[in-house]
Design a protein around this ligand. Structure first.
Ligand code: GCO
Ligand code: MN
Ligand code: MN
Length: 391
């Protein structure tokens, strides 16, 4: 036990599919055995996690009878309560079955879209039964290779129809459940629809039940596009739409690596944790901290639990570093804004012709302002020294 040992209060969660990942890749089969979901719950609890998330079929394999389903679910519920674990989020597997080879909600075949809706309604019922308050939608195979097969506008419209139908289902059942949409630029499709969190944020603003729908950004997915993850998350937070988050790590421009949180990108991970924890100001994120990552293919099961602990410890270490950075007197001094409320009032109060007239008349001396050094070199080096642990 040390200051970075994870505890329930830290709100860390893992998917059954993350620690349960068996190490298959396109070039080779599994290197680890299947771990029973109840066993995963026990082990995660022991590692200090607070909850576990799942796809419908991570728990109830396809093709089980209602009776078999009920037995599996009740055993799982017992494991949860015996280990003081919760299920904050659930989702649907809309990518493994061959019927989804050309997408689910955006498929050209209405029978596939109908099946996706059936499966999602069942998945929602399962999630709610397990206590989930969030339901994630990751596009999976919603995308194309042969782009001529479908107008992008049609795909977007179909996705909207599905979301509106499903928020309708949640409301009609009186479920206390919100949706979180997860963007990804490619993989498994050549082009995925809604490739970034920004695309998702706009799409959400066009939905019938907009207030029930937010985003679930994933580190790896934004980095695959070469974009800044803290910027994507910051925009989602500012819009009040950060409902859930998928933490992991990723090298730029590669396949979806799902590496242990912070392992490839300590600087970005630091900035992300600082943002989520609000140590630099602003409202913190209060939802579950979910790791959507998996252990290296080199690992046996012991390595998997080592991996699980590693994700959580890194988050806590960065949280402590973010606090130290934002209470460092030299950092505070460097960050003190050049506020000028009187000047700002000229536009912050909105446009009026008198204020515009006054604004136009001020001599702002841009050449003088331009000569002022902003000391960001010092600020950034201080941040790095905090990250390196020498300050
Ligand atoms: C991926 C995705 C998934 C989703 C999961 C929950 O790239 O495979 O990140 O892991 O997060 O299916 O919807
Ligand atoms: Mn994910
Ligand atoms: Mn992913």
């Amino acid at each position: 036990m040390d200051a970075y040992t994870p505890t329930r209060g830290d709100r860390f969660t893992f998917g059954l599919w993350t620690v349960g990942n068996r190490g298959s890749d396109p070039f080779g089969g599994p290197v680890r055995d299947h771990i029973d979901p109840c066993e995963i719950v026990r082990n995660l609890a022991e590692c200090g996690a607070f909850g576990v998330n799942l796809h419908d079929n991570d728990l109830v394999p396809l093709g089980k009878s209602q009776k078999e389903r009920d037995t599996i679910v009740s055993n799982f519920k017992r494991a949860l309560s015996e280990n003081d674990m919760v299920v904050p989020m659930a989702t649907t597997n809309l990518f493994s079955h061959p019927v989804f080879k050309d997408g689910a909600f955006t498929s050209n075949d209405p029978r596939v879209r109908a099946f996706a809706l059936q499966k999602t309604m069942d998945g929602i019922d399962l999630g709610v039964e397990l206590g989930a308050k969030l339901y994630v939608f990751w596009g999976g195979r919603e995308g194309t290779e042969a782009d001529a097969c479908r107008d992008v506008r049609t795909a977007i419209e179909r996705m909207r129809e599905a979301m509106n139908f499903l928020t309708g289902y949640v409301k009609a059942n009186g479920y206390d459940l919100r949706f979180a949409l997860e963007a990804k630029p490619n993989e498994p499709r050549s082009e995925n629809y809604f490739p970034t969190t920004g695309h998702m944020l706009h799409f959400i603003s066009t939905l019938a039940d907009e207030e029930m729908v937010g985003v679930n950004p994933e580190v790896a997915h934004e980095v695959m596009s070469g974009l800044s993850f803290p910027h994507a998350v910051g925009q989602a937070m500012e819009a009040g739409k950060l409902f859930h988050i998928d933490l992991n790590s990723q090298k730029i421009g590669r396949y979806d690596q799902d590496l242990r949180f912070g392992s490839e990108d300590p600087r970005q991970a630091f900035l992300l944790v600082r943002l989520l924890e609000g140590t630099g100001g602003g409202e913190p994120y209060r939802g579950p901290l979910h790791f959507d990552a998996h252990a290296y293919r080199s690992e046996d099961e012991q390595g998997v639990w080592e991996f699980a602990r590693g994700n959580m410890r890194t988050y806590k270490i960065l949280k402590a570093k973010a606090r130290a950075f934002d209470s460092d007197p030299e950092v505070c001094e460097l960050l003190r804004c050049h506020e000028d409320p009187e000047l700002e009032a000229l536009w912050q109060a909105g446009y009026d012709s008198k204020r515009a007239q006054s604004l136009r008349q001020i001599d702002l001396k841009p050449d003088e302002v331009a000569r002022i050094g902003l000391r960001y070199e010092r600020l950034d080096q201080l941040m790095m020294e905090h990250i390196f642990g020498v300050r």
